[in-house]
Design a protein around this ligand. Sequence first.
Ligand code: PLP
Length: 390
Amino acid sequence: MEKDVNTRQVPIYRDAAFELFDAATTVEAFERDREKFLGEGHYIYSRYRNPTVESVAGQLAALEGASWAFLTQSGMGAIEVALSVFQEAAHNAPWLFFSEIYGGTHTYVDEVLVRRRGLEVHRFLPAGDHYDLEALRSLLASLHPGVLFFETVSNPLLMVADGREVIRLAREAGCRVVVDNTFATPWLWRPLADGADIVVHSATKYLSGHGNLLAGVVLGKDEALGRAVNHYRKLTGHMLSPDEAARLGDQLRTFPLRMQRHCHNAASVARLFHDHPAVERVFFPGLPSHPTYREAHALFGERGYGGMVSFDMAGRDAGEKRSRRDRFIEAVREEVVLMPTLGNTETTLLPIEAVWGDRYPEPGMIRMSVGIEETDTLLSTLRRALDLTL
Ligand code: PLP
């Protein structure tokens, strides 16, 4: 096999296992120091280490400012690994989760952490439409939690927590911090630089960006924690396949470009909705009318406010709002896909009632993941559809 090909692509090593040396060296190396042997560039078995997967993990670590990164087969895999490593260290302390987190994570917390593993879990609720950090400080002081978990941008109301301050308060209270940075992405904020212990992503979303693969990533800086994450991940079989990792790596090349356009388009769409009579209310953290605009501006600076926009159709009553919502979705269905995901290059939307039921009482609400289409074309599609509902 040709070893030194002058390629600029990440080679895909599909080996499930790698060829070892002669028996004596292998036995000696294994026995002498197994971890060291595995850590010195010797590939043995792809669930332990794979060169393709490691190369892409390295790209992601650079993006998040991490010292280590491990790829998992989905975002949920990343969350399960990140939370499980703290279980031994923080088993006797209660754990604190922001209430506004992805539904799958909620269910995981209830069914796995609480019901199966017996952890004591508390929720930190927002004060209406924003997070009250004084209330968080008091809760941390009274509860002494071992772990705090939050998402940078909440779903579907897109509330931004002042992440820097949340981490500072948690650390002051001696609590480890895990941040799900899927919605914000490292383009907008890098929580490890501000003291988070672990960052997780559903790389299914913006990091891969094309809606054609499932992946997750766990990232951090602390070396001991990295070893613990890697050990747990190997034991429990969390690993991305080399083919999927290579595709993620390819798609990451356009990540900064895509994020710039997502942010630009979302800001333009939010303004269109804000000014249109068919829309009653827009939830976009980049609009000064959003309850967490100040926090978003402080955290994200000039980079933008992400690619998500939620909005509520205008109407005299629930029936009219629902009917306007449905007519809007029907009018854009050729160009804007109704789909339960986000972060794709194409604009997708979801009626909020379909996923969250009556949790958000306005039935005209829609969550839109704004894509990277040509801005004016996208705006005219949406404007035409809104006009049709009047
Ligand atoms: N975290 C967030 C914020 C999500 O929105 C999702 C999925 O929608 C996940 C985690 C889970 O990721 P995956 O679907 O890749 O397992």
